[in-house]
Design a binder for this molecule. Structure first.
Ligand code: CA
Length: 224
């Protein structure tokens, strides 16, 4: 994969890049937010690792601009800000996952692998339920023939539901598969994203049902 590492601490950037290259990735380092935005605008990066503490722009600003630009590149945020509010803010701004500094390199590799799997998976087959369709070529989502804009997380959530339609997906499972957590972050992040997604699927002939005490399920529903 072609990775962009946005990190201004040279020693750390060099060490992380070396490890990622040993894993077979092509790694470009950007030391400023401006350099990161310029590189990401070329749309040929498969995954970005973004430090929030940058000398010019705050990493959160970089994140917001990338998403405002409609760029769906998976982004793993690195942060020394351990506060729950900071983590939730990063996820809300469109980060796909985050890692708190200091972290073990193996943990970084595991997160990169998980994000890569999620990003790569839907390309070979169309996913559909009712009149909700994810195009197999570019991942575009249509509900009853109309293009609908989903955030990267809503998109990942929809993919998870479409792959296993008719099955109940539990919160821990969704947290792990869609959000990349192997622990409970203690927020209602799943419920919030499901609620957003549900609203966007109205009229699509498919409905996400709440299964009390268990999780959520997507089924075809002609009335939905
Ligand atoms: Ca930094």
């Amino acid at each position: 994969m072609e990775l962009l590492l946005v990190e201004d601490t040279t020693r750390l950037a060099t060490a992380i890049a070396r490890g990622l290259r040993e894993e077979g990735h092509v790694v470009t380092i950007a030391a400023t937010g401006a350099a990161a935005l310029a590189r990401l605008a070329r749309r040929d990066i498969d995954l970005a690792i973004l430090d929030l503490g940058l000398p010019d722009l705050d990493g959160m600003e970089v994140l917001a601009r990338v998403r405002a630009d409609g760029n769906p590149v998976p982004i793993l945020v690195l942060t020394a800000r351990d506060a729950l509010t900071a983590r939730v803010a990063a996820l809300d701004a469109g980060a796909d996952d985050y890692l708190i500094k200091p972290f073990a390199f193996d943990e970084l590799l595991a997160r990169v692998r998980a994000l890569a799997r999620r990003a790569a998976a839907p390309r070979w087959a169309p996913l559909a339920c009712g009149r909700v369709v994810i195009a197999s070529d570019d991942g575009r989502v249509e509900v009853a023939g109309k293009a609908v804009a989903l955030s990267p997380r809503e998109h990942a959530l929809l993919v998870a539901f479409l792959r296993r339609r008719g099955e109940t997906l539990g919160r821990p499972e969704l947290l792990r598969e869609v959000f990349g957590y192997d622990f409970d972050p203690g927020t209602n992040v799943v419920d919030v994203h499901v609620a957003h997604l549900r609203r966007k699927l109205v009229g699509g002939g498919a409905a996400i049902t709440t299964v009390r005490g268990q999780g959520y399920r997507l089924d075809e529903d002609p009335d939905a």
